[in-house]
Design a protein around this ligand. Structure first.
Ligand SMILES: [Zn+2]
Length: 388
């Protein structure tokens, strides 16, 4: 065996052992295609985002008695050492006037109240398998709370950088799990910058950068396929910040098609607040990369991302699925959140962006199309509940 490539993966088990087989996920740079360390957050050479050397195709190797996302464990190829019961959220038909009928995937019922637990669970188990004992992350709240919970369960230390303007309920949730909470004044991007400096000393468990996070998010597409009797919906509409949910849906759908379980992909629609809409602007301009925007204030704090790390990939996914990107105004987000609550679905404002865009999506996909909306985060996280 020659000199080991710097950053090359070191398997934790002896070659050929089951442990080795479960941890052989290899990371490579999306831009220069060089291999990277399994605990790296970006390419050390070109600073590009990392990807998996191979993404799974769907197969029916399911554990029928496991009603968590670890049902797909053989496809994920990450050993489960820590679980809080993530995955297998309900899919319920609902009608919300005046937004019409859709299937709601209740992602806010995840262990920490947001869809992020899928990606975090897979990422943390991957890092634990590689001996990581300390992680840092930046977040507007949900990803930080999720990482804090899984770090607590795994017995590793977490430091979470949040913008000072994040909701007190989310900051409290980060702290209650025992993570170190660092509040950073200024825009959301300032918290990311502070975290990247800290990442020189600890492992950056980034929901925006890590392909392991996307791997976990693929499971939402697989669950939809199972819950819909072996089919995928015509369209899925979701909030769009970094794009982790949308990219997970895309990769998960591709895996189903590659495995021969679906003939077409759902049309994917990403929704941004008009106050911070870099992907929508790029979509409208026909650009391949997000356009620069000012990070404006919005009630939808989870999508307040001016420069999404994987923006190019998000735009490619929208094009490949004949979907699109849409913006919604603040009053429309608040109206949709209130309408959902009056139907018994209490979600945070970020989640309501997708529902606010439903009338526009329906005009694009037709009145009879089957639309799924993942309701991404609990309203209890917001801490202030408007005038209702
Ligand atoms: Zn590179």
């Amino acid at each position: 065996m020659g000199d080991e490539e710097p950053g090359a993966q070191r398997p934790v088990g002896p070659r050929g052992s089951p442990e080795h087989a479960m941890t052989r996920l290899e990371l490579t740079c999306e831009r220069c295609h060089r291999p990277a360390s399994p605990v790296a957050w970006q390419c050390p050479r070109c600073q590009g985002p990392l990807t998996l050397a191979s993404w799974p195709a769907f197969a029916l190797h399911l554990s029928d008695d496991d009603h968590t996302l670890w049902r797909y464990g053989p496809l994920l190829r990450v050993p489960r050492n820590v679980s809080l019961g993530e995955g297998f959220t309900p899919l319920v038909p609902c009608t919300v006037p005046p937004y019409g009928h859709f299937l709601a995937k209740l992602e806010f019922l995840a262990p920490t109240g947001s869809y992020k637990d899928r990606g975090t669970a897979v990422l943390v188990n991957h890092l634990v398998a590689h001996g990581v004992t300390e992680v840092v992350e930046d977040s507007s709240g949900n990803a930080g709370a999720s990482l804090a919970a899984y770090a607590a369960a795994a017995g590793i230390e977490a430091t979470i950088f949040v913008p000072a303007h994040a909701s007190p309920a989310k900051k409290g949730q980060v702290a209650v799990f025992g993570a170190r909470l660092v509040e950073v004044p200024g825009p959301r991007a300032a918290a990311a910058e502070a975290c990247r400096r800290a990442a020189q000393q600890a492992v950056y468990a980034s929901h925006a950068w890590s392909p392991l996070f996307l791997l976990g998010q693929m499971t939402v597409a697989w669950e939809l396929w199972e819950q819909m009797g072996g089919t995928l919906p015509d369209a899925v509409v979701c909030p769009l910040g970094q794009g982790g949910l949308l990219l997970g849906l895309w990769r998960g759908s591709l895996a189903l098609r590659e495995g021969g379980f679906a003939s077409r992909l759902p049309r994917l629609y990403g929704v941004q607040a008009a106050a911070c809409d870099p992907i929508v602007r790029a979509w409208e301009a026909g650009a391949d990369a997000p356009l620069p925007v000012r990070e404006g204030e919005t009630v939808a704090e989870g999508v307040r991302i001016a420069a999404p790390v994987r923006g190019r990939e998000v735009l490619a996914a929208l094009r490949a699925t004949a979907g699109g990107a849409l913006r919604v105004e603040e009053h429309a987000i608040v109206d949709a959140q209130r309408a959902l609550a009056r139907r018994g679905l209490f979600v945070e404002a970020t989640s309501a962006t997708a529902v606010a865009a439903l009338p526009a999506v329906r005009r694009l996909v037709g009145p009879s199309a089957q639309i799924v909306v993942p309701l991404t985060g609990s309203g209890l996280k917001q801490g202030h509940w408007g005038d209702s």
